[in-house]
Write a protein that binds this ligand. Structure first.
Ligand code: ADP
Ligand code: MG
Length: 324
């Protein structure tokens, strides 16, 4: 449904600011009906990619097609089937929910019975049915986000793009919003691509793409990504993190990594971790503040992938394996 092919985006520099490559040879496919989360540390190019996908910026190089239409040659065709929820609110806070929906309906030439039925349907995915006359500025953050969603849904998009849609929401509103997206994906067969840096949100999506410095470092199902770093890991905290890590490397030959105030031993399998933990405690007990065995989550995968230099050829192989 979405095919991004060898995309590069360079922000031109000036006399004072050097040119900056925000996206570098990125290729990524999203299948019809798939729910994909795009993640990556700040500055990895997510927003730039998002702006390109929704037609707000032209890339320096590369192709994008959506539902078979060339995004740059046939932008109007793409706009017909795409809905976009921006990070900053695009609704008018001083107007009521109903007024916001009416303006959006107008913009898309919806009127009369068709407008009413589209509005009903869109509202059925939200908790806004009894809030129609309320001014948006008086709604909670979660409900205000739902107004954005209802607005976009009225145009029946086949593809929905969202930029950090849950930022600033409390955990319950966040869960409600995501549940609605998942139900929409299933019921309408909608293709969903959203950026997020909250990994709890990514556990039940189809695939997660991890970017860094404009490149795609990993792209796979949450399960496959977690399997990349083994089924278990040993995590410990020490009085001197770097010092203990150095000793574990030198004296025990272990491939450990320091992440924040933790020393981590990744890629251990079920059964290996406990004896390893005991060996470490035997030798280094006075230096260890805490030690535990942990099942890796997507946040651990993210740290693993983004804190390691990945050679370009590894990237090419990964893409072949996981591309659609
Ligand atoms: P993310 O959304 O993942 O944080 P961005 O796409 O915003 O990443 O930024 C990617 C890179 O491009 C960063 O290095 C950022 O500084 C740079 N960048 C973003 N917007 C501009 C701009 N308008 N002009 C110059 N550089 C930019
Ligand atoms: Mg951004």
């Amino acid at each position: 449904m979405i095919t991004i092919d060898d995309l590069t985006h360079i922000y031109p520099g000036s006399r004072k600011v050097p040119a900056r490559t925000a996206i570098s040879g990125l290729s990524l496919g999203v299948r019809e009906g798939e729910f994909v989360i795009l993640s990556g540390p700040n500055g990895s190019g997510k927003s730039t990619l998002f702006r390109i996908l929704c037609g707000l910026a032209l890339p320096s190089l590369g192709r994008v097609s959506i539902a078979g239409f060339d995004l740059f040659a046939q932008p109007a065709k793409v706009r017909e089937i795409m809905g976009v929820v921006f990070q900053s609110p695009a609704v008018d806070k001083h107007l009521s929910v109903a007024e916001n929906l009416a303006i959006h309906g107008d913009l898309y030439g919806l009127s009369g019975a068709e407008y009413r039925s589209r509005r009903e349907e869109a509202l059925s995915w939200t908790d806004l049915a009894d809030r129609l006359d309320q001014q948006v500025s008086t709604l909670s953050g979660g409900l205000a986000r739902q107004v954005e969603l209802a607005k976009v849904l009225m145009t029946n998009p086949k593809v929905l793009l969202l930029d950090e849609p849950t930022t600033g929401l409390d955990p319950v509103s966040r869960r409600n919003f995501l549940d609605a997206l998942h139900r929409l994906q299933k019921a309408r067969g909608m293709t969903v691509l959203m950026t997020s840096h909250v990994f709890a949100e990514a556990d039940d999506v189809d695939r997660v793409a991890i970017m860094r410095e404009g490149k795609l470092l990993a792209y796979d199902s949450p399960k496959a990504l977690k399997a990349m770093i083994g089924t278990e890991m040993v995590v410990l905290q020490a009085k001197d993190t770097e010092g203990l890590a150095a000793r574990l490397r030198a004296e025990m030959g272990l491939a450990v990594r320091c992440i924040g105030d933790e020393v981590r031993l990744e890629e251990t399998e079920n059964g290996e971790s406990l004896p390893l933990l005991e060996k470490i405690l035997d030798r280094y007990r006075p230096e260890v503040l805490s030690i535990s065995i942990k099942q890796p989550g997507l946040d651990d995968v993210f740290v693993h992938v983004t804190s390691r230099a990945v050679p370009d050829h590894a990237l090419a192989i990964d893409l072949k394996r996981t591309g659609s």
